[in-house]
Write a protein that binds this ligand. Structure first.
Ligand code: TLP
Length: 350
């Protein structure tokens, strides 16, 4: 099976498992896990911030930061297909009591003008707009990269209006590798940044938030409150350290694989895809001229040996990652071409 559903599906490598098995550990709620402390110091340095906090997931990273930057009744500006709104189970409203203002972007990328227009005037009738949350790379935009000047302009608008800024940098390192711009150069524009160790970087668990010391101290308390205080979790942090030391540069292979798959799919008459729009390891494509349902197509692909996810009606997502080889991409291209050209004879039974 060629699993292109997500870069979350990777298996820890033998070397990563070895690093985990031999990691010194302690009780991290007391701040006594040496491996967690090492990971946090490493992450802070890499992103040019004072301090860092290891958290169990990307969702928790985002939600702790939303809680930190807002009060109940506030409004948070996000792009209309952001992970925070689509895939975090409504947690911003339930855990922080905020409402999300969805601004339409282009392939996930917001314009400073659109954000400016969405900021509410200070008036007792209106929710205070207190946070701008961006996503790098943009998942539902198709792994698109936020250009640095756009980030700069957007965060400037936010600051001028007294708003805080958070970056959901789940796949920040994909942008770093693709552009050559350092993680610190992206991070300097934000009050808080979270990034995932468990996606392209290949660790089994975990995300890290970076910020200044004062905010990280507050986030540490909020993490406990949200139930995310972990104990001898150096075992997991060791996988994160291994990932940062070994798996950043190789992300470019994933990008090449995604581009190659996009070119293979572009040859299929019923597939709509623009290979130039594939910036990193995520590709979105649209199926035209079909009466079969999206789920039937997903089932047909699975039956033929390729796992995909859908992000909308007839819009599919394929994500490359460190368990996908160049050969698997060629094979996936052939399989998908065959499935989408001929179609299964009866996809509901496929
Ligand atoms: N994304 C997952 C699913 O939740 C959709 C995926 O397969 O892509 N921010 C972004 C931009 C993400 O893509 C994800 C995970 C998260 C945050 C949350 O990370 P986890 O799953 O670790 O909580």
């Amino acid at each position: 099976m060629i699993d292109l559903r997500s870069d979350t599906v990777t298996q820890p490598s033998p070397a990563m498992r070895e690093a985990m098995a031999s990691a010194p550990v302690g009780d991290d709620v007391y701040g006594e896990d040496p491996t967690v402390n090492r990971l946090e110091a490493m992450a802070a340095q890499l992103l040019g911030k004072e301090a860092a906090l290891f958290v169990p997931s990307g969702v928790m990273g985002n939600q702790l930061c939303i809680r930190l930057h807002t009060r109940p009744g506030d409004e948070v500006i996000v792009e209309s297909t952001a992970h925070v709104i689509r895939y975090e189970g409504g947690s911003a409203s339930s855990l922080s009591g905020v409402q999300l203002c969805c601004v339409l972007g282009t392939r996930g990328i917001l314009s400073p003008e659109a954000v400016k227009a969405a900021i509410r005037p200070r008036d007792i009738h209106q929710p205070p707009t207190t946070l701008l949350c961006l996503e790098q790379t943009h998942n539902c935009g198709g792994g698109t990269i936020y250009p640095l000047p756009t980030i700069q302009a957007l965060t400037e608008v936010a600051r001028e209006h007294g708003m805080a800024t958070h970056l959901d940098g789940a796949r920040l390192f994909n942008a770093v590798v693709a552009t050559g711009i350092s993680a610190a150069d992206y991070a300097r524009h934000f009050d808080t940044v979270s990034f995932c160790l468990s996606k392209g970087l290949g660790a089994p668990v975990g995300s890290v938030i970076v910020s200044d010391r004062e905010r990280i101290a507050k986030l540490r308390r909020l993490r406990k409150m949200f139930g995310g205080g972990m104990r001898q979790v150096g075992i997991m942090a060791a996988a994160g350290i291994y990932a940062l030391e070994h798996n950043i540069d190789r992300l470019r292979e994933d990008h090449e694989h995604a581009k190659r798959l996009a070119h293979l799919l572009a040859d299929v008459p019923t597939v709509r895809i623009d290979p130039d729009a594939v910036h990193t390891n995520i590709l979105l494509f649209h199926l035209t001229n079909t009466s079969r349902s999206t789920n039937e197509w997903i089932a047909a692909c699975r039956n033929a040996g390729v796992l995909l996810n859908a992000v909308g009606d007839y819009t599919f997502r394929a994500v490359t990652h460190l368990d996908i080889t160049a050969d698997m991409i060629e094979k996936a291209g052939q399989i998908l071409k065959q499935v989408f050209t001929s179609g299964p004879s009866n996809p509901s039974q496929a």
